[in-house]
Design a protein around this ligand. Structure first.
Ligand code: F6R
Length: 243
C-alpha cells in the first residue's frame, strides 16, 4: 500500500484528482469506478475545474459507481445517482449514457446486481476504483460481518452507517436501511485502487486498514492484499499511522 499524507482536505483532493487525471490521460477510454459521500466532493470539484481548463477529457470514459440506496429514485436529492449528476457528471464532458449507478428502484434486485457485475466484466474491468471509507471500515457498502460477499449484492446498512448518513436527511427514519453495493470482488479486481480519507474521525480506521490485521470485521483491511492501492489522507486522518 502506498500512503500519501497531504496537509489538508484541499491538498488531498488535488492530489487524488491528479492520480485520476493521469489514468484518464493515459487511457482516454478508461473505466472509472466512482464513490459518493462527503470525502470525494473536493476531488470532483477539482476534476470539473481541470476539465473546464482542457486538462482532462472525459468524452471517451465510462464510469461505474459503487453503490445506491434501495428505494430512492435517481431524482431523489439523496440518491447516489442524483449526487453524481449534481457533483460531477452535469459539469464535465462525460457521455451520461456511459455513467452507471445501480438502480435503487429495480423490481428484481438480484437481477440488477447480476447485470451490474456483467456490465463491469463486459467493460473489461475497472481501471481505477475510487473509495472513501466508513468509520467502521466499510468500502462501498460492504459492512463488517462474519462473511463478506464478492459479488454486487443487496445489503443491510450497519446501524453506524445509518447514523453517519442521517446528516444528509431530515431525520434518521428517512435514511434507507438497504443498499445495492458492488462486492469486494468487483472492488479488488480493479487494476488500481485509490482510497481517500480526511479528518480526525477517520484516523483510527485508516491506521487499522494500513497496519492492522486483515479481518472481515474491517472490510477495507482486505485492500492490503491488492497489488496497487494508493491511500491519500490529510494530516488529521493520517495522524495515527505509525510508520
Ligand atoms: C459511498 C460509499 C461509502 C463512503 C463512506 C465514507 O459511495 O461507498 O463507502 O465512501 O461511507 O463516506 P464519507 O466520505 O461521507 O465519509
Amino acid at each position: 500500500m502506498k500512503i500519501i499524507v497531504e496537509k489538508n482536505y484541499e491538498e488531498m483532493s488535488k492530489r487524488a484528482a491528479l492520480e485520476m487525471v493521469n489514468i484518464i490521460n493515459e487511457k482516454p477510454n478508461c473505466v472509472l469506478g466512482l464513490a459518493t459521500g462527503s470525502t470525494p466532493e473536493g476531488l470532483y470539484k477539482e476534476l470539473i475545474k481541470l476539465n473546464k481548463e482542457g486538462k482532462v477529457d472525459f468524452s471517451k470514459a465510462t464510469t461505474i459507481n459503487l453503490d445506491e440506496y434501495v428505494g430512492l429514485s435517481g431524482e431523489h436529492s439523496q440518491s447516489y445517482r442524483y449526487f453524481m449528476n449534481d457533483r460531477l457528471f452535469n459539469h464535465i464532458n462525460v457521455d451520461k449514457s456511459r455513467t452507471f449507478v445501480p438502480n435503487g428502484l429495480a423490481e428484481n434486485i438480484e437481477l440488477e446486481c447480476k447485470n451490474y457485475d456483467e456490465r463491469i466484466a463486459k467493460l473489461g474491468g475497472i481501471d481505477i476504483q475510487l473509495l472513501g471509507i466508513g468509520n467502521n471500515g466499510h468500502i462501498g457498502f460492504n459492512e463488517p460481518a462474519d462473511y463478506l460477499s464478492m459479488d454486487t449484492h443487496l445489503t443491510d446498512l450497519a446501524k453506524s452507517t445509518i447514523e453517519a448518513n442521517s446528516r444528509f436527511f431530515d431525520n434518521i427514519d428517512e435514511v434507507p436501511k438497504k443498499a445495492i453495493t458492488m462486492g469486494l470482488g468487483g472492488i479488488m479486481r480493479a487494476r488500481k485502487i485509490l482510497l481517500i480519507a480526511s479528518g480526525a474521525s477517520k484516523a483510527e480506521i485508516i491506521a487499522k486498514i494500513a497496519e492492522g490485521k486483515i479481518t472481515t470485521q474491517v472490510p477495507a483491511s482486505i485492500l492490503q492484499v491488492h497489488h496497487d492501492v494508493t491511500i491519500i489522507v490529510d494530516e488529521e486522518a493520517g495522524a495515527l499511522i505509525r510508520k
